[in-house]
Design a protein around this ligand. Structure first.
Ligand SMILES: Cc1ncc(COP(=O)(O)O)c(C=O)c1O
Length: 390
């Protein structure tokens, strides 16, 4: 544990420190993994909980030429914060802010005819050519156009392009199982993607970018890189799956460190029940530490009795249930001062647990751990400037 990484006392109840130098280094590492493709930093869901605007800026500085969001509102928020350059969003519902997105020069994705019609109508209304990307469902079974419906969507897009209302800027898709190399769906999706791209191009579509790779495909499947890779979790320094490798195996470093100041340290006798339901009972006289974050802050209740925390150089485990605002650890007789730092997770090289450790403790994935950290936890962005550490 180093002083700079985890100061001995944190002035805040809790904080999520976001290391933007690590984020920039991750983007550079990812560009090296996909040297022939452009890179999109996926910053949806407030950059997986890390702060969208700050992360988007840092990713841009490190060479991400595209930013990606799920909702148009997220994309518009990036523009409102002054972020220029290519921005794409893909999760549309009928009546969405097409006109605003088109006027803000955002690439919009359509998976079917209703969305194409709305995009075209909005482009006509505002008098600006829309940048439209056609999404193919090559096997994920979520968003995207089914192969049987692709000819109609391609024809509709070409007709709108001929009328000067849209430009088809991209053809794209998304993997279902790229985090399981060798899964037969991966090659099947790649084959179908090539076929659907070839069909659209034969019909006259001239896409600027063809793309299907998420983080796991970017890291493990070069043939999936095409013109652009869309990396989310790896930008934040987390491995897409522990089975694939550690962040360090891929030259990545976790960006978020979540810590809290101990709110109380007290002696209790043996046999003392701890937290709701008394699922933990002290085995002997001991000290308890109160960590003032709970499930309202994104600490998973499923990690009751299992989640790890570093306090005073030792790993402790959540004792009993995680409550809405707090949980308790058994300090085994140690007496750190109130205000001492409890590190829930970080990069791991200071001895602290990682988001992956919490994912294992809660029976989920590290994506969910970082993304669900609540709005009550301030994000403290550090190394904001390039020259402060790269
Ligand atoms: C369409 C799309 N592309 C790319 C990504 C990024 O995925 P990952 O975080 O695995 O890189 C996501 C996130 O789920 C997504 O929904």
């Amino acid at each position: 544990m180093t002083e700079t990484a985890h100061p001995r006392t944190a002035p805040l109840r809790a904080r999520a420190e976001i290391d933007l130098a690590a984020l920039r280094a991750n983007v550079r590492a990812l560009r090296a993994h996909a040297p022939t493709a452009a890179l999109m930093a996926v910053v949806k869901s407030d950059a997986y909980g890390h702060g969208a605007v700050q992360c988007a800026r840092a990713a841009r500085e490190a060479g991400a030429t595209w930013l990606g969001t799920a909702t148009p509102e997220e994309a518009l928020a990036l523009r409102a914060a002054g972020l220029p350059g290519r921005v794409m969003c893909w999760l549309w519902t009928p009546g969405g802010p097409w006109a605003e997105a088109i006027e803000a020069d955002i690439d919009v994705s359509v998976s079917g005819m209703w969305a194409l019609r709305e995009a075209v109508a909005a482009a006509e209304a505002v008098g600006t050519r829309a940048r439209v990307q056609l999404k193919a469902d090559t096997g994920l079974g979520r968003a995207g156009c089914q192969p049987a419906d692709w000819p109609e969507l391609v024809a509709g897009a070409l007709a709108a392009e001929a009328r000067g209302l849209i430009t088809v800027t991209g053809l794209w898709s998304h993997f279902a199982c790229a985090d399981e190399p060798g899964h037969p769906s991966v090659q099947a999706q790649l084959t179908l993607f090539r076929e659907m791209v070839a069909y659209a191009e034969e019909q006259g579509v001239r896409p600027e970018v063809r793309h299907i790779a998420n983080s796991p495909a970017t890291l493990t499947l070069p043939e999936s890189h095409f013109d652009l890779v869309r990396t989310g979790i790896a930008v934040y320094g987390i491995s897409p799956s522990p089975e694939l490798g550690t962040p360090a195996d891929f030259g990545l470093r976790p960006v978020m460190t979540l810590s809290a100041s101990l709110a109380l340290v007290k002696h209790v006798p043996a046999g003392h029940g701890v937290s709701y339901g008394h699922h933990y009972v002290t085995p002997g006289a001991t000290t308890l530490g109160l960590v003032p974050v709970g499930y309202a802050d994104g600490v998973p209740r499923h990690a009751s009795g299992t989640g790890p925390v570093l306090i005073g150089g030792k790993w402790r485990t959540v004792a009993g249930r995680v409550a809405m605002d707090q949980f308790v650890v058994d300090l085994g007789g140690d007496e750190p001062e109130p205000g001492a730092v409890a590190v829930l997770f970080g990069p791991g090289d200071g001895g602290e647990p990682t988001a992956e450790d919490w994912a294992r403790a809660a029976g989920t994935i590290a994506y969910e751990i970082v993304t669900r950290i609540g709005t009550r936890v301030p994000r403290v962005h550090v190394k904001v400037k390039e020259e402060q550490g790269g």
